[in-house]
Structure formats: C-alpha cells, structure tokens
Design a protein around this ligand. Structure first.
Ligand SMILES: [Zn+2]
Length: 227
C-alpha cells in the first residue's frame, strides 16, 4: 500500500465545489472544520439547490428548505459563505454555462485550493456514482484547467482514490456529524427507520477511517487531479 501524502498546509482559501446540498458533508466536513479552526477561509459553491432530492416534496418547497439545511450544516464546521448557483438538480451537465460559472467563482474568490465532488464512475465496485456528480466534476476539471494565471494551485477531488490526506481530531469528527445531521428533513425522508443523528454518525465514521496508509490516523482523503 502506497503511503498517502500529507495534504498541503501552506494556503489560506479553499473553494469547495459540489453539485448538491449534503455533498460536502458526505466526505470532507471534518477536514473543513479543522481548516476553519486553523483560521483558513473555506467557501462552498453548489451548482444546484437539491430541489429534486426529497421524495414526495415539490421542488419549489424543497429547494429553499435544502438551502437552509445546507447553510446550517456549513455553519457547524465554521463556513459562513455558501453560494447556490441555480442549475437544475438531477440535470447537471458539463456545459459552457456551468464551466463559465465555475471560472467566474474561481476568479472572484481566488482560492489557493479547489476541492470538488468526486467525478469517477464508481465509489466502489457495484456502487456507481451519480451522473450529476460526474458531469459536475468534469466541468470543474475542464474550467479550472482552462484558467491561466488566476487558477488555484491545486485541484482535488474528494473520492475513494486518495493521493493526499489530512488528519482530523475527535472534535473535527463530532462537528462533521453535527454538520451532516443538519440535513434533517433530507435524511429523515431518505431513511425513516434510522434516527438522523445515527445516520450522520455512521456516514462520517465511514468517510474518516483510521488509515493504515496514513500512520493509522483518522483522516480525510483527497485525490490530486489537476494543476
Ligand atoms: Zn450529490
């Protein structure tokens, strides 16, 4: 097993780019909590408001509710800047307008590091990724790749194929659990039989394992994909 490299530390601003509300919480919130508590700035940019994400709820009711849940969730890990770009949920495609929006956000926020949703075809054998995630990640890769001097120093994806990792503390993990649990209505409908706090705990434990390839420490892994 190849050892993971330590995630870079010499930066000040990170831009997290994802397709939907709850995408940051499913993998990277513990790392975000660590970074904001070190005084770094982290901004969330979401392509959609997740308005198609709660079964049985009309999009015009669902979108605002999920934006509220996402803002509360971000606040738990020290993030106060959350943008929703208004692309249609479940119909995200790697189009010119989406790439232009990615480029606009990067040029305005000037992040040192961009952390994107995972764009590979599967999380694990038999666990396919969602089309929105793959299309969105492809748009981010292409848009960031086309930026000249204004691009970030690093582009990472938060998926199963880590090249780098950042160690997280018990407090970071607890914050990540509270952060995911803020998606109350979403999680309640997703799995009505399991209490929301329990769903959140289980998911965060799974995405921040003690890593043999990182000195046995609990860590969040990222794959360097560009720049
Ligand atoms: Zn998603």
């Amino acid at each position: 097993m190849t050892a993971l490299l330590p995630f870079p530390d010499d930066w000040q601003t990170a831009l997290v780019l994802v397709a939907h509300p709850d995408d940051p919480e499913y993998g990277m919130a513990a790392a975000v909590h660590r970074w904001t508590h070190e005084g770094k700035r982290v901004v969330y940019g979401l392509a959609t408001s997740g308005e198609a994400g709660i079964e049985g709820m009309a999009p015009e009711e669902c979108g605002p509710l999920r934006e509220d849940e996402q803002r509360a969730s971000a606040a738990e890990v020290g993030v106060s800047e959350v943008e929703f770009w208004g692309f249609p949920d479940s119909e995200v495609f790697n189009t010119g307008p989406l790439r232009a929006k990615v480029a606009e956000a990067v040029e305005r926020i000037r992040p040192d590091v961009v952390l994107a949703t995972y764009g590979g075809p599967e999380w694990a054998p038999g666990f396919p990724n969602q089309r929105d995630h793959m299309e969105f990640a492809a748009a981010v890769r292409q848009a960031v790749g086309e930026l000249r001097g204004t691009g970030p120093r690093w582009l990472f994806e938060n998926g199963p194929l880590a090249t780098h990792a950042v160690a997280v503390s018990h407090a970071d993990i607890e914050a990540a659990v509270r952060s995911l649990a803020e998606h109350r209505e979403y999680l309640r409908v997703l799995d009505p039989d399991t209490p929301v706090a329990e769903q959140a705990q289980r998911q965060v434990e799974m995405t921040t394992p003690a890593r043999e390839d990182f000195g046995g420490r609990r860590a969040v892994g990222f794959e360097l994909v560009g720049r």
